[in-house]
Design a binder for this molecule. Sequence first.
Ligand SMILES: Nc1ncnc2c1ncn2[C@@H]1O[C@H](COP(=O)(O)OP(=O)(O)O)[C@@H](O)[C@H]1O
Ligand SMILES: CC(C)(COP(=O)(O)O)[C@@H](O)C(=O)NCCC(=O)O
Ligand SMILES: [K+]
Length: 250
Amino acid sequence: MILELDCGNSFIKWRVLAAGGSLASGVADNGEELVRALADRFSRQLSVCRLVSVRADDETRLLCAALTERFNIDCQVAVPAQVLGGVHNGYEDYQRLGLDRWLAVVGAYSLEQGACLVVDLGTAITSDFVDGGGAHLGGFICPGMPLMRSQLLTHTRRIRYDNAAAQQAGDSLVPGRSTAEAVERGCRLMLRGFVNTQLELARQQCGADVAVFLTGGDAAMAAEWVPAARVVPDLVFIGLAIACPLGGES
Ligand SMILES: Nc1ncnc2c1ncn2[C@@H]1O[C@H](COP(=O)(O)OP(=O)(O)O)[C@@H](O)[C@H]1O
Ligand SMILES: CC(C)(COP(=O)(O)O)[C@@H](O)C(=O)NCCC(=O)O
Ligand SMILES: [K+]
């Protein structure tokens, strides 16, 4: 069984692949929690791990060491590349492009084989543009929902509300009548503006028939505003399989 990890800034997304496809998946806050969750269910069945991380190199090394020690498996870590899966990295310094962005783009291009816009809504929101020939044109980074909320909370004295209020506040976009509604809806509207602008730009830069991919923890929210978009939660994992092919896979 193959263990796959996508180590983002907020969460480690994991899944276990068996011969028939994805067997189990989950989300962990940190390495210790991940090891615990896996040890409960897969103590001796894992054969190898492949992972992508945007965390600090030291943290990634520690995680690999913990997995190797606990499960006796090798970890293949995705590294930057100038070209992969027919996509040409568009950054001035290709090593600086976030590896989760890169793999999501490579994954999207492998599915579409044509022009794509990839929007990844996690801790940060990123967009990446790829033209029909596989040229990555670059993209944008802005704060995601969790960062927008926490900035308001951190830098004001009277913006305070709990998770339950946040959950109830978000669904509608009419003017808020409580702090929770005002903040949650305000941030959603910022996000909607960003996503719609990306779509306009993508049509200009990549052509009117550009395919739109949404991924990351808040992708479902954005899907409401872009009905034509494909929500692909495992886009980074699709790219990861291309970056780190294992024996028996093409
Ligand atoms: N069930 C969920 N559990 C945790 N976060 C969720 C969930 N559903 C949506 N989210 C949102 O997804 C965000 C994290 O997205 P994710 O793509 O995992 O981020 P990152 O890759 O930066 O770690 C959370 O901050 C939250 O806004
Ligand atoms: C932009 C990111 C912080 C997004 O991370 P995430 O929200 O997925 O945790 C990450 O892709 C990153 O650290 N990128 C390096 C900077 C860049 O892509 O230019
Ligand atoms: K992201």
